[in-house]
Design a protein around this ligand. Sequence first.
Ligand code: NI
Length: 188
Amino acid sequence: MAILKIARMGHPVLRRVADPVADPTAPEIARLIEDMIETMRDAGGLGLAAPQVHVPLRLVIFHVPGERAGAGGETQALTVLMNPVIEPLGPERNADWEGCLSVPGLRGQVPRFTRIRYSGLDREGGSLSREAADLHARVVQHECDHLDGRLYPSRMGDLSFLTFESEMRHFPRAKDGNETLDEPAEAV
Ligand code: NI
């Protein structure tokens, strides 16, 4: 396994639409998944998308551990999802803070669908379909945006809520705290 270099905002791999994974069980995909897990753990993140490690494939990994889910929030064990499809479950959105390993040092308040259904393929090539809410839903939407060349600032409604981490203290905390997706919580 290896810790991979993370692409930063401006790199073309973060701006393109990623390609479908042709064979989820191929040895090179298994190796990529292991390296992405190690890279995400090293960075202390909640999720990582393959384009963030310079691989333009439709593959994301994520988890929502209890200490990040907040009181009463959904937790989610580590999940590998390929060729994902997201369907909003209703029109409701909420805005909360996000960070991104590809946009280091910044945080932004981003509106996302509160409840979604996501589906795709797991690492054994089987189909996976789940409903998700709140932070779990937010992480999946953030990571899957990477597959379409989108970074969270392009989802923000009000860019005056884009801030350096060191200036976060000037903003009121969102209802669930300062959520960061593929950056460590302690960086907030
Ligand atoms: Ni990100």
